[in-house]
Design a protein around this ligand. Structure first.
Ligand code: QAP
Ligand code: CO
Length: 197
């Protein structure tokens, strides 16, 4: 049988759209449990999470955001999304240059620096704000085959890993802001959510 990690590479555009849980869903507040079994169910879940992320569209998605309180997230900060107009005038999107990443049971070590980056979150749609994070990190994690890996990250990759890892500890990016900004943006979000229904 092919290794799980290899399977994933070819299937970025196949999968099932999973429901995305938005604030204030309780699952977003929970501390997620470690992944213990590295089987086909796990690779199917990751494939479907990537599919859901690409079509949202987003650059990162953590398991609690699709209602599963387990320690994993998927990410792609490299893919392209091109808008095309169909014959009937409606819009469609063509995705290319996939670089899907899966991080299972990640542990982050902060190395140095600070970075200010404007973040958003699929669980808080329509809300964006600058967050301060570590600029340079090291992350130890397992891949889909259960093999231990480690990598260093800076810039957007570093920010995204820290944002997604926070979800595994029940933290949404608004909690990284000052009380004033958090309260303001939470009200704004709940208001817009009420309007949309
Ligand atoms: C986390 O977030 C992230 O509000 C990933 O209406 C974001 O993919 C890390 C999204 C920025 C670092 C920098 C948000 C889509 C996507 C929305 C996302 C929305 C539609 C967010
Ligand atoms: Co998020």
């Amino acid at each position: 049988m092919k290794a799980n990690t290899e399977l994933l590479e070819n299937y970025s555009l196949q999968g099932e759209q999973l429901p995305i849980f938005t604030m204030p869903a309780p699952v977003l507040k929970q501390i997620a449990k470690p992944v213990e079994i590295f089987d086909e169910n796990l690779s199917t879940l990751c494939k479907n999470m990537l599919y859901t992320m690409y079509h949202a569209p987003g650059i990162g998605l953590a398991a609690p955001q699709i209602g599963q309180s387990i320690r994993l997230f998927v990410m792609d900060i490299d893919y392209n999304r091109e808008e095309v107009t169909r014959a009937d005038g409606s819009k469609d999107y063509v995705l290319s240059d996939f670089n899907p990443r899966v991080f299972i049971n990640p542990v982050i070590e902060k190395i140095s620096g600070e970075i200010l980056y404007e973040e958003g979150c699929l669980s808080v749609p329509g809300i964006y704000e600058e967050v301060t994070r570590s600029e340079h990190i090291k992350v130890k994690y397992q891949d889909l085959d259960g093999n231990h890996q480690e990598m260093e990250a800076t810039e957007l990759l570093s920010v995204c890993i820290q944002h997604e890892n926070d979800h595994l500890d029940g933290i949404v990016f608004l909690e990284r802001l000052s009380t004033l900004k958090r309260n303001f943006l939470t009200k704004k979000y709940l208001k817009s959510k009420k309007k949309k229904g």
